[in-house]
Design a protein around this ligand. Structure first.
Ligand SMILES: *Cc1c(COP(=O)(O)O)cnc(C)c1O
Length: 396
């Protein structure tokens, strides 16, 4: 047997950034991960809602191999076929006209912020403030941390990037109160993911669209977590029947590889040469994977099946909550949370991972809830298996 890599923080050279369990993952297939000791784990985290087609999906594996053999990076200064194809596909399946590719969600959101500020300079007398929301999450760069409404992040790495006043989700008055001649846009997640799977109500999204139209503001949706089929439609804002001006995608768009996108309506696109770029933007290796992912997601019936499995998961979580006296479930499609009656979330996550002979990978973005973000290809049997194990763990 191979010698396991050193998993103890003191015995390896990785910079310490967070507490990690002392195990090393070696392989993955579908909804299952295998560690170096050969233990199997049912994976309801999927690289943080990233592996929308699960581990090792043949469409992704084959695309990576064949594109790697053809062309990896001609430089972002030249066109390449996969990026043209993916941009055309995303435009065809959305209300947006143009796409800029990047590697991470934070980078796509930085691009959205820059585009809105540029538009404000050109068309709105230098208006630059972007109203964002308490509990929101937009990434870990300085500007996206400043746009986020995560408690404590206003002083972490101070000073913040200015220009992101915070409103309360689902409270239109709190938004209206912040609008001034400095305001250029409103930016939110259709469902706050890291904040604990907190949905923006359909009427709230519709009213935001209205207020943006009335006041000449841009509506920016951060669909890094909710986009690419996660909620049972290709994009979560489609549930509200609205058309935002700008959208960002990440996570699922690459099915596990680093790919993100900034999409905008033609009327908003105002970058001038040199305003925006990035070494890896639109590289064919990653955008080819994006094309493969988009093809799977838009195949007939795929998203209906995601929605149906989401209902199945939601109903199962609700039954569990009823039986155990918990606080219910929320979310949409295959992005769901179970609300606990206490702050046992992190302890349940640990016990689930350590259970034997097979483990279960869950996530608790807040101590009083568990989040479920399985592969969009997860089976009903795997959902039922997870629910059965979870019930055992919650009863223990
Ligand atoms: C994960 C996430 C981001 C950040 O994406 P990275 O790829 O980690 O930079 C931004 N917005 C939302 C809504 C996210 O869930």
């Amino acid at each position: 047997m191979e010698t396991p890599f050193a998993a103890a923080p003191a015995a390896n050279a990785l910079m310490w950034i967070t507490q990690r369990p002392q195990l090393v993952f070696a392989e993955g297939r579908g909804s299952w991960l295998v560690d170096q000791q050969g233990k199997r784990y049912l994976d309801f985290v999927q690289g943080w809602a990233v592996n929308c087609l699960g581990h090792g999906h043949p469409a992704i594996v084959e695309t990576l191999a064949s594109q790697a053999g053809k062309l990896i990076n001609p430089s972002p200064a030249f066109y390449n076929e996969p990026s043209l194809k993916l941009a055309a596909g995303l435009a065809a399946h959305s209300c947006f006209d143009r796409v800029f590719f990047a590697s991470t969600g934070a980078e796509a959101n930085e691009g959205a912020i820059k585009l809105a500020r540029k538009w404000g300079q050109k068309h709105k007398g230098g208006a630059h403030e972007i109203i964002t929301f308490a509990g929101g999450f937009h990434g870990r760069t300085l500007a996206t941390m400043s746009a986020s409404g995560k408690p404590g992040w206003d002083t972490l790495f101070a000073p913040q990037v200015p220009g992101f006043p915070k409103a309360q989700l689902n409270d239109l008055d709190s938004v209206a109160a912040l609008i001034s001649e400095r305001t250029v846009a409103i930016m939110l997640e259709p469902i706050q993911g890291e904040g604990g799977v907190v949905p923006a109500r359909v009427e709230f999204l519709q009213l935001l669209r209205q207020i943006c139209d009335d006041r000449g503001l841009l509506l920016i949706v951060d669909e890094v977590q909710t986009g690419m089929g996660r909620t049972g439609k290709l994009f979560a804002h489609q549930h509200a029947g609205i058309e935002p001006d700008i959208m960002t995608l990440g996570k699922g768009i690459g099915g596990g590889v680093p790919l993100s996108a900034l999409l905008a309506k033609e009327s908003v696109c105002c970058f001038e040469a040199g305003d925006q770029g990035g070494t890896y933007n639109g590289n064919p290796l990653m955008t080819a994977v994006g094309v493969a992912v988009l093809e799977v997601l838009t195949a007939p019936g795929f998203l209906d099946e995601v929605a149906a499995k989401g209902e199945h998961l939601g109903a199962g979580l609700q039954r569990l909550s009823d039986r155990l006296g918990l606080r219910g479930e929320r979310g949409q499609g295959l992005l769901r949370a179970l609300l606990l009656a206490d702050e046992r979330g992190p302890a349940i996550v640990e016990a689930a991972r350590e259970r034997g002979p097979e483990g279960l990978l869950l996530n608790a973005p807040r101590p009083h809830l568990l989040r479920f973000m399985p592969s969009l290809t997860v089976s009903r049997e795997e959902i039922d298996q997870m629910l059965a194990w979870l019930e055992e763990l919650l009863r223990a």
